[in-house]
Design a protein around this ligand. Structure first.
Ligand SMILES: [Zn+2]
Length: 200
């Protein structure tokens, strides 16, 4: 599609990469039309994927370019981002998205890592479902690159973005829990000190 190409070309020449997560606000409909990998809701334009923001100034279209396909090799100590795809009794499964410092390169294929209940946080964990929710975005450190074990016990690691299990919209941090701005439901997580700050 010619339009998508021209959006990308323009972006690559002029803009610094702006990384976004699914559900991140990328623009408002007074200024832009939602382009690829974006949707408009109540005048706000949100990303639907992990990627970089692209905008066509002339046509006033803003969208997201999903991450590419060059596979970086995961090493011990790498800080990774992933999305929770499974919660079992002793492990949480993460679909790895990318490695910190290599945000422009997606991890190829469906690479699934695991956080064992003993690697969640320094204090005791009784139930993993109290620490993670489906589709949460998690930041953690690779402690075993062969079995792809991830540790989130560092205060900066853990859930950096979570969605209300009822409304599916992003929750806000309120003291030690997360609260849905829509239904006011509160949920617990192993919350990163970087919660809500995006990719830092
Ligand atoms: Zn809600």
């Amino acid at each position: 599609m010619a339009d998508a190409d021209s959006v990308t070309d323009m972006h690559d020449k002029t803009e610094k990469l702006r990384m976004v997560l699914p559900g991140d606000l990328i623009g408002i409909s007074e200024e832009y039309t939602a382009g690829e990998w974006a949707f408009d809701e109540n005048g706000n334009i949100y990303s639907t994927v992990v990627g970089t923001v692209v905008e066509n100034q002339k046509k006033r279209v803003i969208g997201v370019k999903p991450l590419g396909n060059t596979p970086p090799v995961v090493k011990k100590g790498d800080v990774v981002y992933g999305m929770v795809s499974g919660i079992r009794s002793s492990v949480v499964l993460l679909d790895l998205a990318f490695i910190k410092g290599h945000e422009d390169r997606e991890i190829a294929g469906d690479i699934q890592a695991a956080i064992h209940v003993s690697n969640v946080k320094k204090s005791y964990v009784s139930e993993l479902k109290h620490e993670f929710g489906y589709n949460d975005i998690v930041k953690g450190r690779i402690i075993d690159p062969v079995t792809l074990r991830v540790d989130t016990s560092d205060p900066k690691h853990g859930v950096i973005k979570a969605f209300c299990s009822r409304c599916k919209i992003a929750m806000r941090r309120k003291n030690k829990v997360l609260e849905c701005p829509n239904c006011e439901r509160s949920e617990t997580r192993k919350i990163s000190t970087e919660y809500g700050m995006g990719l830092v």
